[in-house]
Structures are given as structure tokens and as C-alpha cells.
Write a protein that binds this ligand. Structure first.
Ligand code: PEP
Ligand code: MG
Length: 595
């Protein structure tokens, strides 16, 4: 734990979600990665065994203390979870066997417990029962705790841990990296902020962090090494700045800024039920992107008038078996019903690249972003695709569902997809199961090849949705998850803007709707440009809807069209950026809502 007299320092990264958080660091441990092997002389073995026993005793008493105080008002699952860890720690295989390893192999305690853990984990992996097999994660977590103590990592005292667990709203997660599969689990918690050493602005981890609606910063390089558990930190998500152990004056200043930010957010609530219409009467659809059915609540609370992108792959994560048709049907139906007839665009499975089911079932390819991902994977696994299409079709009977295909690059893929859809429809007809016979089929335009050939895609699809996250990645050859090239990732690159413009034009020509569902859609600074370019539908994380709507309420179409035309004529980012900034007017929160 730190006091205000601990040395203060600042770290700079890339802010991915705005807001200010002040709280205590909670390190997501990777202690296991730090374990090294070394030999000890025979006369030091008894001391090493004692060091091991002491570490076990420390972790045990920490867990017992947490367990005792939790009983008062913590959720039951949390108690059960700590109980399981205690039970494992009390088991001889973890508390005694490593001592024999230290003795026989004359090795250090960290190495001994890691060897023992590997053996136990291997045994767990042989278990048929999925639930029991998953318990290997608990073994790993307990061993992590012991290793942390052995390595002398400063950690919260038991009391601090207890109160921290109960007040997770004040915890700031500090990690080297987090996979999207890990990040999706944070949705069940209420942390104050989220910071990582690596990651790009539009990596799926960043997208999830943004959807948690808490300040987040990626690409901090050494945050996890430099910050200790329990240290007081300030996270300024807008500026991408982390201040560790702030002094009193800085703390006061940031508390003021935090209040101001919260006030601004509250003011934005005033336009929640206002229609998104420009000053000269052009209607814009503001839809929400969701990852799990429960996100519909925040989508509706933010005034979304539809779901523009439901990323179904998150239903497939953190598990070994694929969800069956019934489980998928229930999830899709839940969203369709909750939206009460409003459009719900559900994207078929976009697994691959940085989105994997779990670390053990990674789709292996030399260059994952260019490999078997999304529709390519689905077409290669027809049974998985068939199950999802049947579930989607069945759910279409309960709302206004549209199907969206990710990563299309050729018309052949689209035609094969249509055949798969027809097969799924035929199988349902055979069983007399109802579905929407005219369900709309749309395609993501997120590969330059698709944007260049957008007219051909538009002629065979009902609607197009531009995935700017991948479109930028593939156009500029910049890995969206790699912080080393994050500075080159620019949505305002003239080639990106041209591809977007080509797609909009193709939609207009063929009378097909075109939306943007990549992160660009939620950037209030770009709203006027996108509307000026002709877009009438934007889909974004619910937390961005109000700030984007505020821009629309201030917009005059005639001016935007002219401005967008000028921007599109430019070929140099250095000229494009100031031109776009001109569009973006400072927020006028005193604006009276129009109904
Ligand atoms: C995109 O690429 O812009 C998109 C919306 O899809 P995802 O971020 O899930 O790849
Ligand atoms: Mg994409």
C-alpha cells in the first residue's frame, strides 16, 4: 500500500476510453511467467523449504481473512471461489509435494511449485467433465498467489484485499495484455479503469474496454512492471495519461476534473430521448454495437434505435464446446425480443485473429489477421455455420433480425454463404419451424477488395456495413492490435476515406443502405464528416451514442456535404486533419432538446 509520500511518476499511453478514474492498482498477475529455475547447495535446502511453507501460510491466512469478511455481504459465488482456492491450498499435492521436489532436485521453491502445478494441470486436462476440467484455472490462480509471495511482489494486505474485493469500483486493473476472452469477463464486474502495456486502439480488447464505459489506456509499455498492487493511481482516459502516487495538489486537480467530466455526462442525458435529426431535418439512425445479450440494456438506456452489430463470437469464448443451436437461439431471440421490433443486425461468427474461443483451441495460422478468420472459417466448418444460421433463422421469428456476414472478399464467398443460408432455411421448413422467409442479408465491407468492388456486393446483398477497424488495418497494413504501429493507424488516411466514399456511392446507386459499425462511427469528432459523406446510419458502443447525437443536432446538411467534398479532394493527412477538425464544433450542452 502506498502513501502520498511515495514517489510519483507519470506514464503515457494511448487513451481508448475517456473519463477520469482515481483508484488503487490491481495487478493482473503473470507471476508464473517470471519463474526461473536455479539450483541450491544442499545446506540451504531446509531454508528453502521453510520459505515455501511460509509462503503457503501467508496465502492461506490471506484467503481465510478474505473469506471471513466476505461472508457479511459479498455475492455467494465469490465466497465459493475463495473456498475452492483454500481447499486446493490445503491439499497435500500443493502444500507438501513441492517440498519433496525442492529436496530431491535441489531447486528453488518457485520452480518446485510450478513443476507440481504443471503435473496437476495435466491431470485436470484428462478429465472428461467440462466443469471439473475447467477447475485447472483455479489451481493456476492459487499457484500464482504463492509464487507472487515467493517472488516478494508487494501485494495488498489481506484487509486491503478484502475491502478492495468489496469495492471493485475503486480498483484499476493493470495488465500486460488482456485477451478479448478475458476482457469479456470483466463485464460482470465494475472496475474503475483498465490499463495495459500493449494493444492498439481498435484491438478487440480496447473495444471491450470501451464498452465497459470506464476510462482505459493501452500501450503504456511498462505499466505492469512499474506499478505495484495497491498503489494509488489516476487514469485520464482522454489524454492517455496515468499518474502513479499523485501528490495532494494533483489529486485535488483531478478530482475536480473528474467531477466536471461526470457533470458533462449527466448533461448529455438531456438529449437521450431526442431524435437524431440535423438542423435541416435529416434523420440519422444511431444504433448500438453489442457483444452479449445483456448489453441491450445499456443500448436502450442510451437511446439506441436498433442494434447495428451484435458480435456473436463472444458467445463462443471461454469455453471448450461450441454453443449448440438451442443456446444460440435463446441468446439471439433474447436480443430480438428485447428490441421490440427495432432492427437487430446479428453478425455471423467472426472467430480468428485476436478473437479465439480459449487459449487451447487457437486457430493456428502464420498470420492470423490474414488467415482463416470470420466467413472463411465458417465456410471451412459448414456444420458450425449451419448450426448458427439455423439458430439465427429461428430467432428471426421473434423480432426484426438481419444477418451480417463478416470479412467478405469475393463474390464466391457470398454465393456460398447464400447457399448455406438456403440449406438452413430448407432444413427448418422440413421441420415446420417458422422463420422470417425474407430475412435481410448484409455484408461487412472491411477488406479493401470488397470496398473497391462494393457495387457488385451491393447488387447481391440487402445492405452493407463498413467495418472501419479492419478496413483501416488492411488498407494501411497496420496490425490493429500492435501498439508499435498504433501511431500509423489513422482513420483519416485519404485512401481509407476514398474506400468509404466508394462504398457509400455503391449503396446509393443500387438503393441499398450503408452503415458504419467500426469504431469510427462512435467518434464524435468524425460524425459530421461521415454524415457529410452521405452516411445515414451509424452503429457504435452505447456509451458514444449521446456525444455523436449532439453533433448531429448541431449539423446543417448542406454545409456538411460541401465540407466532406473538400476533405475527400485532399490527398495529404496533414491537410485532412485540420479540415476535419473545422467540422467538429465544441459541444454546446445548453442546446434545448428537440422532440
Ligand atoms: C470492424 O472491423 O470495423 C468491425 C466492426 O468488426 P470487428 O471490430 O469486430 O472486427
Ligand atoms: Mg472486423
Amino acid at each position: 500500500m502506498t502513501s502520498l509520500s511515495d514517489p510519483s511518476f507519470t506514464l503515457h499511453g494511448v487513451g481508448v476510453s475517456s473519463g477520469i478514474a482515481i483508484g488503487h492498482a490491481h495487478l493482473i498477475s503473470h507471476a508464473l511467467l517470471e519463474v526461473v529455475h536455479y539450483q541450491l547447495p544442499a545446506h540451504l535446502i531446509d531454508d528453502e523449504i521453510k520459505r515455501f511453507s511460509d509462503a503457503i501460510a501467508t496465502v492461506k491466512s490471506d484467503l481465510e481473512l478474505i473469506n471471513d469478511s466476505l461472508r457479511k455481504n459479498a455475492p455467494a459465488e465469490l465466497g465459493a471461489f475463495i473456498g475452492t482456492h483454500l481447499m486446493m491450498l490445503n491439499d497435500k499435492s500443493l502444500s507438501e509435494s513441492p517440498k519433496s521436489i525442492i529436496k530431491n532436485e535441489l531447486c528453488n521453491a518457485e520452480w518446485a511449485i510450478k513443476l507440481q502445478m504443471d503435473e496437476i494441470v495435466e491431470q485436470f486436462e484428462q478429465i472428461e467433465d467440462t466443469y471439473l476440467r475447467e477447475r485447472k484455472q483455479d489451481v493456476i490462480q492459487v499457484v500464482e498467489r504463492v509464487i507472487k509471495v515467493l517472488l516478494g511482489h508487494p501485494s495488498l494486505s489481506s484487509e486491503q484485499q478484502t475491502s478492495a474485493l468489496q469495492q471493485e469500483r475503486k480498483l484499476i486493473l493493470v495488465a500486460h495484455d488482456i485477451s478479448p476472452a478475458d476482457a469479456i469477463q470483466f463485464k460482470q464486474h465494475e472496475f474503475a479503469a483498465f490499463i495495459t502495456d500493449v494493444g492498439g486502439v481498435t484491438s478487440h480488447t480496447a473495444i471491450l474496454a470501451r464498452s465497459l464505459n470506464i476510462p482505459s489506456i493501452v500501450a503504456l509499455q511498462k505499466a505492469r512492471d512499474l506499478i505495484h498492487d495497491g498503489e494509488l493511481i489516476i487514469v485520464d482516459g482522454k489524454q492517455g495519461v496515468v499518474i502513479v502516487n499523485p501528490d495532494k495538489s494533483i489529486l485535488t486537480e483531478y478530482k475536480l476534473r473528474q467531477n466536471q467530466w461526470e457533470l458533462e455526462q449527466q448533461k448529455l442525458q438531456r438529449i437521450k430521448s431526442t431524435k437524431a435529426v440535423t438542423l435541416d431535418g435529416t434523420n440519422i439512425d444511431l444504433f448500438a454495437n453489442i457483444e452479449v445479450p445483456e448489453d441491450v440494456v445499456s443500448a436502450k438506456a442510451a437511446g439506441a434505435t436498433g442494434i447495428g452489430l451484435y458480435r456473436t463470437e463472444f458467445l463462443f469464448m471461454n469455453r471448450r464446446e461450441m454453443p449448440d443451436e438451442e443456446e444460440q437461439f435463446i441468446a439471439y431471440k433474447k436480443v430480438a425480443e428485447a428490441m421490440n421490433g427495432a432492427p437487430v443486425v446479428i453478425r455471423t461468427l467472426d472467430l480468428g485473429a485476436d478473437k479465439q474461443m480459449n487459449p487451447d483451441t487457437v486457430i493456428e495460422c502464420a498470420n492470423p489477421a490474414l488467415g482463416l478468420r470470420a466467413i472463411r472459417y465458417c465456410l471451412a466448418e459448414p456444420q458450425i455455420f449451419h448450426t448458427q444460421l439455423r439458430a439465427l433463422l429461428r430467432a428471426s421469428n421473434f423480432g426484426s433480425i438481419k444477418i451480417l456476414i463478416p470479412m467478405l472478399s469475393t463474390l464466391a464467398e457470398l454465393r456460398q454463404t447464400k447457399l448455406s443460408l438456403e440449406r438452413a432455411k430448407a432444413s427448418l421448413r422440413k421441420q415446420n419451424i417458422k422463420f422470417d422467409e425474407n430475412i435481410a442479408l448484409g455484408g461487412m465491407i472491411e477488406i479493401p477488395a470488397a470496398a473497391i468492388n462494393a457495387e457488385a456486393f451491393a447488387s447481391e446483398l440487402d445492405f452493407l456495413s463498413i467495418g472501419t477497424n479492419d478496413l483501416i488495418q488492411y488498407t494501411l497494413a497496420i496490425d490493429r492490435t500492435d501498439d508499435a504501429v498504433a501511431h500509423l493507424y489513422n482513420p483519416l488516411h485519404p485512401s481509407v476515406l476514398k474506400l468509404i466514399a466508394m462504398t457509400i456511392k455503391a449503396g446509393e446507386k443500387l438503393g441499398k443502405s450503408v452503415s458504419v459499425c467500426g469504431e469510427m462511427a462512435g467518434e464524435a469528432k468524425l460524425t459530421k464528416l461521415l454524415i457529410g459523406m452521405g452516411l445515414r446510419q451509424l452503429s457504435m458502443h452505447p456509451s458514444h451514442i449521446l456525444s455523436v447525437k449532439q453533433q448531429i443536432l448541431h449539423s446543417q446538411m448542406s454545409k456538411l456535404n460541401k465540407g466532406a467534398k473538400k476533405v475527400l479532394a485532399l490527398t495529404d493527412i496533414e491537410k485532412i486533419e485540420p479540415a476535419v477538425a473545422k467540422f467538429y464544433s465544441a459541444s454546446n450542452l445548453r442546446l434545448k432538446p428537440r422532440h
